[in-house]
Structure formats: structure tokens, C-alpha cells
Design a protein around this ligand. Structure first.
Ligand SMILES: O=C(O)c1cc(=O)[nH]c(=O)n1[C@@H]1O[C@H](COP(=O)(O)O)[C@@H](O)[C@H]1O
Length: 305
């Protein structure tokens, strides 16, 4: 799957991911009203609204982008109906040829991680049959329980030819509270980065490992150090746009070949119609606003090369 991700990035000339993080207050009134007319103001109604919202955005942008990243929390808040919309979103995006990065940020003791890995990337055995549960192409993984929490994901990736992005340095303001702490004279995120690079050594695609990492766009100095430390590791870079990361901050995350990083924007794309810059579209044409926001993001990021 890492080879498909890289080749789609090249083909579409777009090292970007659209984050499908649908909060109900981003969903235009006309979509909410239709969903509530069918299902009432219920969890089912909300789940239908976010699904229709996602579908419209995917239809308007899929030809421009290599990948999407649905964040499972945004679906989980609507319970089981929300998870059904998460799965519908995954299947629809795959039908459209997109690589799907499930932002699930899992990681636990080995046996529990194995179940997470099976549920999201692998297949579960039921008697003589086996089934893929959520079936994303990649998943985000939290490594802070140690290697026995990550290895089960790598094992499933090997079997299924899938991939993971392991959190190394996150974009949020307090990420330094633990991640920047010095251990043996070096920040913890560097040690984690080295470990991720090591895990990825025998998980190589053509040019990059299918064990990738996450480094926030909001810490470009650290991105620069980590890029050098882990040259074969693909970096998923969230924090562009709504969290303040800008294109000029992003150059250090890429290799000389213009590859090696893929930048996520969620609110900046899916809720573009709410921004002044896209107000000309109006709420009805929210998906067209998202399309223009994708084109602008792509041009903005490509301008650094
Ligand atoms: O793993 C992630 O994707 C992630 C890691 C990180 O360090 N920071 C971060 O913002 N994210 C996710 O990236 C998305 C960012 O959303 P926006 O700030 O709206 O673009 C959310 O889904 C976050 O959960």
C-alpha cells in the first residue's frame, strides 16, 4: 500500500490528505434537515448527515487527491450508527481509488493491539471464514506502550500489504510535556523516531517503508531533525491550516526528491465554506468550496519545491 500511496501522490502531484473529520456543526443545514426528516434528531440522523456530507466532499475532490484520513472519534461520538458511517466512508473512498488512512491512534498491550490490528487492517477468523472489519489501508498507531504494542500492527501489515503511521511528535500545544523530555541526553521523540525507523527497515516498499510516522506541521525544527534521522520513513504531517502550520514550514519534512511526506488538512478543507475566503460559494455549494480549498492547498504546498 505504501507503493500505491507514493504512486498516487506522484500521479496527482499532490502530497496531501483530506481529513474527513465531520463535526455535525460543519454539516450544512440542508443536509442535516434531510437526514433528520428521514431518521429524526437521533444518532442515526446525525450519522446519515455526516455520511452524506463526506460523500459530497469526496465526490468533489477525489480526482485531485491521493488519500483521505477519516478520524474515528468524529464517528464514534455518534455510537454504533456513527461507526457505520465510518465504514461506509472507508468503502466509498476505496471505490473512488483513494488510499484510506484510518486515524484510530491505537496501541495497547500486545494481545489487545493484535485485536485492534485485526479489526482495522486485517481479517478476523470466524469459524472457517475470515472477515475484514473496517479494512482501512493504513492506521495511525500510538507507540508509547512500547514495541509489543506496535509489533502486532506490523505483523498484520506484512500479511495484508498495508501500513501504519506511528506517532512520533504530535502537533498539539502540549505535545512537549512528555515527548520533548530528555532521555539519555536526547528528546524522547528522537528516540521514538529512531525506533520507528528501525521497525520499518524490514518493511520496505520500493523506496519507502510501510511503517511511517506522524510529525506535526507545527514543529518544523523537529521535523527537520526527524527527516534526517529517518530518510526511508514516510511522514504524515497534520497541523497545516486550522492549527497554524504553513507551507513554508513544511519543506524540511520532505526529501530532496519531493517525496517522503504527506500533509493533512481536515477542518481547512471540509469546513472551507465557513471561511471568509470561500464565502462566495455559500452553504449549498460547500463541496465546491472544499474543492477550491484542495486546489489552493496543493498549489501552496507545491510552491515550496
Ligand atoms: O494522527 C493524526 O492525524 C494527528 C496527529 C497529530 O499530531 N495532530 C493531529 O492534528 N492529528 C489529527 O489530524 C487532524 C487535524 O485536523 P485539522 O486541524 O482540522 O486539520 C485531526 O484528525 C487530528 O486528530
Amino acid at each position: 500500500m505504501i507503493n500505491k500511496l507514493v504512486s498516487e501522490i506522484k500521479k496527482k502531484n499532490a502530497p496531501i490528505v483530506v481529513g474527513l473529520d465531520p463535526m455535525l456543526n460543519y454539516v450544512p443545514k440542508h443536509i442535516q434537515e434531510k437526514a433528520f426528516a428521514q431518521h429524526g434528531e437521533t444518532l442515526e440522523g446525525a450519522a446519515e448527515a455526516i455520511w452524506q456530507f463526506n460523500k459530497a466532499i469526496v465526490d468533489a475532490t477525489y480526482d485531485l487527491i491521493p488519500a483521505v484520513k477519516p478520524q474515528i472519534a468524529m464517528y464514534e461520538q455518534f455510537g454504533i450508527p456513527g461507526l457505520v458511517s465510518y465504514k461506509k466512508t472507508i468503502d466509498y473512498c476505496k471505490e473512488k481509488g483513494l488510499v484510506v488512512i484510518g486515524d484510530i491512534k491505537r496501541g495497547d498491550i500486545g494481545s489487545t493491539s493484535a485485536a485492534y490490528a485485526v479489526g482495522h487492517l486485517g481479517k478476523v477468523q470466524v469459524g472457517s471464514k475470515s472477515y475484514a472489519g473496517f479494512d482501512e489501508d493504513f492506521a495511525t498507531v500510538n507507540p508509547y506502550l512500547g514495541s509489543d504494542g506496535v509489533k502486532p500492527f506490523i505483523d498484520v501489515c506484512k500479511e495484508e500489504k498495508k501500513g501504519i503511521f506511528v506517532l512520533v511528535k504530535t502537533s498539539n500545544p502540549s505535545s512537549g510535556e512528555f515527548q520533548d523530555k530528555e532521555v539519555e541526553g536526547r528528546p524522547l521523540y528522537e528516540l521514538v523516531g529512531e525506533m520507528v525507523s528501525k521497525w520499518g527497515e524490514d518493511c520496505m516498499g520500493d523506496d519507502y517503508s510501510y511503517v511511517g510516522c506522524v510529525v506535526g506541521a507545527t514543529y518544523p525544527e523537529m521535523g527537520k531533525v526527524l527527516r534526517k534521522l529517518m530518510p526511508k520513513t514516510y511522514i504524515l504531517v497534520p497541523g497545516y491550516g486550522a492549527q497554524g502550520g504553513t507551507a513554508k514550514d513544511l519543506k524540511p519534512y520532505f526529501n530532496e526528491d519531493g517525496l517522503g511526506a504527506i500533509v493533512n488538512s481536515s477542518r481547512g478543507i471540509i469546513a472551507a465554506y465557513k471561511q471568509d475566503a470561500y464565502s462566495k460559494f455559500g452553504e449549498e455549494n460547500f463541496a465546491d468550496a472544499s474543492r477550491e480549498a484542495v486546489i489552493n492547498m496543493k498549489n501552496d504546498i507545491n510552491s515550496i519545491f
